[in-house]
Design a protein around this ligand. Structure first.
Ligand SMILES: [Cu+2]
Length: 103
């Protein structure tokens, strides 16, 4: 998660992973950033499992990460294939979002 003179962004903006993988998000610069799944992109049958897989989180949103090298990991254990939208709440208006493709 990066914020600098080129803008605010997830790098990469598209990530493909497999069910069972863990995805580690690292705060690089320009925080605070968080990892917020777009609930509209989460199948109903997946919601409870995804929330359970998100440590220290509520409403599908990770804690804010303030400092460089802070990190947060979500497990994709028992998460169904699909395309999940993720945003950074503080920087959504600046276009900070990504797609997580689980397949
Ligand atoms: Cu951000």
């Amino acid at each position: 998660m990066v914020g600098d003179d080129k803008g605010y962004r997830f790098e990469p903006a598209t990530l493909t992973a497999a069910p069972g993988d863990g995805i580690k998000f690292v705060m690089v610069s320009g925080g605070p950033h968080n990892v917020a799944f777009d609930a509209a992109t989460i199948p109903e049958a997946v919601k409870a499992q995804l929330q359970a897989n998100m440590p220290n989180s509520a409403d599908f949103s990770s804690p804010m990460m303030m400092n460089a090298n802070e990190a947060w990991t979500v497990s994709l254990g028992n998460i169904a294939a699909g395309t999940y939208g993720i945003i950074c709440t503080p920087h959504l208006a600046m276009g900070m979002k990504m797609e997580l493709i689980v397949k």
